[in-house]
Write a protein that binds this ligand. Structure first.
Ligand SMILES: [Zn+2]
Length: 263
């Protein structure tokens, strides 16, 4: 029997539970004997995580949901194995994440980053149910409200449970955000909207998918929003930008000719 190290009432996180960094955050929410997992990480740690959950006296047969925040390989590769161990649990994901998981898309999931020599196994993972904005998942007496928070990935979800938001890769404690990358389906305009929604919400605690949990503070999120807004008009993230004012400036200069005294 393993002692449960709860972060908050009814919430455990497995890196905190193991007191060592395993991979992405793996949250367990539980009530009245039922429980659910939010993300699982890579397949090679799945058995160890689920065995530890069992040793904390959770019945595997009482797992209601296997929940995916989004389809990135480092969050969901182990979901196939988790479903084998707990066939009664409903594997749920956003419709776009479901598409990527069921066809084992190698690009949008980051299984393949050929320019960096990254190539990770990814089997097709059948999803039981699509979930999206406004849906509610029930675990015991707990209610997880589904938020659609695109930006990092098309199809990223967050989950509101009272004062807590399981916030995926929207924002981390250092103010960083999930990778912005056109090939990953990132969208800067949507990303900013997702962050504004989190900023303006009554959420008190953010439980991200990487790194430590932290208290939601508007000024902290605003700083990140301002940074992302600046990228809308810069070339830093290529086709994720909405415009590049420098090109209009250049056009003016081309018409009038280059003048070193004005440069
Ligand atoms: Zn991630």
């Amino acid at each position: 029997m393993l002692a449960r190290r709860e972060l908050f009432p009814n919430i455990l996180e497995m890196n905190y539970q193991f007191r060592q960094r395993m991979g992405c955050s793996v949250y367990v929410v539980h009530d009245a004997g039922e429980w659910a997992l939010i993300d699982i990480g890579f397949e090679d740690s799945t058995d160890e995580i689920i065995d530890a959950i069992r040793q904390m006296d959770f019945a595997l047969s009482q797992c209601r949901y296997l929940i995916c925040t989004h389809a990135d390989v480092d969050h969901i590769q182990g979901m196939k194995r988790a479903k084998e161990l707990m066939p009664q649990a409903r594997l749920v994901a956003h419709p776009h994440a479901r598409l990527l998981m069921e066809k084992a898309d190698r690009i949008e999931t980051y299984a393949e980053i050929s320019a960096q020599g990254i190539s990770i196994d990814l089997s097709p993972i059948p999803v039981d149910e699509s979930i999206d904005e406004g849906d509610v998942l029930t675990v015991g007496n707990l209610k997880l409200k589904v938020w659609s928070t695109p930006g990092h990935a098309n199809g990223q979800l967050a989950f509101e449970m009272g004062p807590y938001l399981f916030s995926g890769d929207n924002i981390y404690r250092d103010g960083g955000v999930g990778n912005i990358d056109a090939h990953h389906g990132s969208d800067l305009v949507e990303f900013i909207k997702s962050l504004e929604r989190i900023r303006d919400s009554k959420i008190e605690w953010l439980l991200p998918s990487h790194g430590p949990v932290f208290r939601k503070q508007s000024a902290h999120i605003q700083k990140t929003i301002d940074r992302l807004k600046s990228y809308l008009n810069l070339a830093d993230f290529g086709t994720c930008a909405t415009g590049w004012p420098l090109l209009q400036e250049w056009e003016e200069e081309l018409i009038h000719g280059f003048d070193p005294t004005q440069a």
